[in-house]
Design a protein around this ligand. Structure first.
Ligand SMILES: NC(=O)c1ccc[n+]([C@@H]2O[C@H](COP(=O)([O-])OP(=O)(O)OC[C@H]3O[C@@H](n4cnc5c(N)ncnc54)[C@H](OP(=O)(O)O)[C@@H]3O)[C@@H](O)[C@H]2O)c1
Length: 324
């Protein structure tokens, strides 16, 4: 089996590699990397590196055109690169009649609403088993242009595309030698360095969803195995998967981060303070209710088993500080 992966050195991609290698020991895996130093890191997993980037579109198409399985864990918004991947898959289909499997990344930000900072029982719960809900998300939502692009390609029939849409990821992989700062800790650190505060919108009772990186990786593997099983009769938004874990009010997470940033002398208060999205753009997401149910993964036997977000705050901040 030929595999092509974009994002192999990232938090999610790095956590996936050992699982992929264990499940498919003889797979020929090629990763697109931006740095020469990535090659020896990936070689430990028996992964070949090709130097380039997602912006090298002809290279992305060429590598995709040779792969049975294509994985993008690099970025949910690289529309042109995703189009180049689809072009490669189409080229392969037209030349050989073989349909590739493409696992693309999105994210729960696609469900954002008005960031009020308040939990509302009436806020929409998105269970991915109800395809009408994911299909009905507005075209203006984040990541949506890419989601629509890949879903249309799946329906067109030359490639089987699965969209995996993780909640906010935390933790360092316990199964991989590749660990990287989480985007969550990275953005909170950037804000705290500027304002000396961790922010909430309003009372901060809005619910967000958090998932351990190793659970994201096992979710990926679960979907990949399902895609190759020959048992999948779905198409389009029927191949859309939330990868969600703990449902937690933002204020609880903000308090945990504020306490730790304060203990490290980076925040001037050990309690979160209010800010509007105009004052802190990240509050446009962290002030929303994000309620997703990973029903399709649950039906495939997957469940999140990683340690709680609160057990990972200290280490996630440490990784973000080290990465500066
Ligand atoms: N983390 C989350 O909370 C979360 C939640 C939902 C969705 N997502 C989506 O998932 C993506 C990956 O998340 P992550 O936490 O694994 O991020 P990450 O740790 O920053 O890893 C990103 C990986 O993609 C590679 N990459 C990024 N842009 C690239 C480009 N233009 N060309 C080639 N390689 C590129 C990086 O390579 P380098 O080593 O060269 O930088 C790295 O290997 C995010 O960008 C986001 O769109 C993330």
């Amino acid at each position: 089996m030929q595999v092509f992966i974009l994002g192999a050195t990232g938090s999610i991609g790095g956590a996936l590699l050992p699982l992929l290698r264990q499940e498919y020991p003889s797979a020929d895996i090629t990763a697109l990397v931006r740095k020469d130093s990535d090659a020896p890191v990936l070689a430990k997993f028996g992964v070949k590196s090709v130097k380039g980037s997602a912006e090298k579109l002809e290279l992305v198409t060429e590598l995709s055109s040779k792969a049975d399985l294509i994985i993008n864990t690099a970025d949910a918004d690289i529309f042109d690169a995703v189009k180049a991947i689809l072009d490669g898959a189409k080229r392969r289909y037209e030349a050989t009649g073989k349909k590739s499997i493409f696992i693309n990344i999105s994210g729960v930000a696609v469900t954002i609403s008005t960031p009020e900072g308040v939990f509302r029982e009436t806020s929409q719960v998105y269970d991915d088993r109800d395809s009408a809900l994911t299909k009905g998300l507005p075209d203006s939502a984040p990541h949506r242009n890419v989601e629509n692009l890949v879903t249309e390609a799946d329906v067109a029939g030359y490639v089987a595309v699965y969209t995996l849409s993780p909640a906010t990821v935390y933790g360092a992989s316990k199964k991989s030698s590749i660990t990287r700062q989480t985007l969550l800790a990275k953005v909170l650190l950037a804000t705290v360095k500027q304002s000396k505060k961790v922010h909430i919108v309003g009372e901060g009772s809005n619910l967000l969803n958090f998932v351990h990186v190793d659970d994201v990786a096992s979710g990926y593997l679960t979907v990949i195995k399902h895609a190759f099983s020959g048992n999948d009769t779905e198409s389009g938004y029927g191949r859309y998967y939330w990868v969600g874990g703990e449902q937690v009010p933002w204020i609880k997470v903000a308090k945990a981060y504020a306490k730790e940033f304060h203990a490290k002398g980076i925040a001037d208060s050990d309690e979160p303070v209010q800010a509007t999205p105009a004052e802190d753009p990240m509050m446009g997401f962290f002030g929303c209710n994000v309620r997703v149910v990973p029903g399709r993964l649950q039906d495939l036997g997957w469940s999140p088993v990683g340690s709680s977000i609160f057990d990972n705050v200290e280490n996630d901040i440490r990784m973000a500080l080290e990465a500066q």
